[in-house]
Write a protein that binds this ligand. Structure first.
Ligand code: ADE
Ligand code: ZN
Length: 334
């Protein structure tokens, strides 16, 4: 391990953009398929990894939703999240905000309660075992209807005090944020924070809609905001956090090469960019791998890496006193 590797791993950081279903490693997929008697269309772990070549977001989503079919019980969701927390802790993550896609499961007949109880028990264990704090973000699938999103929000009612925020993910093009303006308003009225994927494949107009119609607290990805100078100025002025995911951007062809990744340009422009892993089992790396790959490809300085870690706490959904405590600990660490 180089000095820079150890520096990155040791840097206290928050992960703000992680789909827990996207942390399903092929080995666990096989183990759960066997445990639950579910057939999967792969002969081996190598076979699974070979299928992970994506030309765009939809190519990935098709495989990601199929993979999630092995998740059947609370214990499965617990084991999935526990494995994520072990890896995140090794990468210096001290706080993680986990997105989960209830509709991927409820539409297969898996009750909402089973999903959320498995995740919550792993979160409590991770706090006890590793001292890592975490929060849940309920993500609506944007290729489904507004009505289905409202039903999902209603299903979450018994757990509202255990859910920090709602999000919006899945196929972006053709499913603009405006489709979910009313359900986001209803979530805000219940006291939930708001985030949405925007500007990953979709145009800058979708980022404007996330701001103006959904009133989000942060933007997931946001890469294509860079095409619009007025939008960039606004994101800077409003201190909007962008949860950027370099290896995801590479694997989903949002950038042709990591050497073209705009992470340092975002920082230079004054954008509150953060680095995250998105779907680490599918994109070839967890959060430290993302920091490392971006640092290598773009020659990021240690000061820039520290800025990214600072931004991750500032952009989190933690209360202000907890954010201040994390920033103090980061300064003390340095
Ligand atoms: N669901 C899981 N990962 C996603 C991504 N990168 N974009 C949209 N939806 C997702
Ligand atoms: Zn994502």
């Amino acid at each position: 391990m180089t000095d820079l590797d150890s520096f990155i791993r040791a840097l206290p950081k928050a992960e703000l953009h992680l789909h827990i279903e996207g942390s399903l490693e092929p080995e666990l997929m096989f183990a759960l398929a066997e445990r639950n008697g579910v057939a999967i269309p792969y002969a081996s772990v190598e076979d699974v990894r070979a299928a992970y070549a994506f030309g765009n977001l939809q190519d990935f989503l098709d495989i990601y939703y199929a993979g999630a079919d092995v998740l059947r019980t609370s214990q499965d969701f617990h084991d999935l999240a526990a494995a994520y927390f072990d890896r995140a802790t090794a990468d210096g993550v001290v706080h993680a905000e986990l997105m989960f896609d209830p509709q991927t499961h409820t539409d297969r007949g898996i009750p909402f309660a089973m999903v959320v109880e498995g995740l919550l028990s792993a979160m409590a264990d991770a706090q006890a075992r590793h001292g890592i704090s975490s929060a849940l973000i309920l993500s609506f699938l944007r290729h489904l209807s507004e009505e289905a999103a409202f039903a999902t929000l209603a299903a979450a009612d018994p757990w509202l005090d255990r859910i920090a925020a709602v999000g919006l993910d899945s196929s972006e093009n053709g499913h603009p944020p405006e489709k979910f303006a009313r359900v986001f308003a209803a979530a805000a009225a219940k006291g939930l924070r708001l985030t949405a994927h925007a500007g990953e494949e979709g145009p800058p107009a979708y980022v404007y809609q996330a701001l103006d119609l959904l009133h989000v607290d942060r933007i997931d990805h946001g890469n294509r905001a860079l095409e619009d100078d007025a939008l960039v100025d606004r994101l800077v002025r409003e201190g909007m956090t962008l949860t950027v995911c370099p290896l995801s951007n590479l694997k989903l062809c949002v950038v042709p090469d990591l050497a073209d990744h705009p992470i340092d340009r975002m920082l230079d422009l004054g954008l509150r960019a953060t680095i995250n892993s998105d779907d680490p089992a599918y994109f070839g790396g967890y959060i430290a791998d993302n920091y490392r790959a971006a640092a290598a490809a773009r020659g990021l300085t240690r000061a820039q890496l520290v800025q990214l870690a600072r931004n991750s706490f500032i952009g989190s959904f933690l209360p202000a006193d907890a954010i201040a405590a994390h920033l103090e600990r980061l300064d003390a660490h340095l």
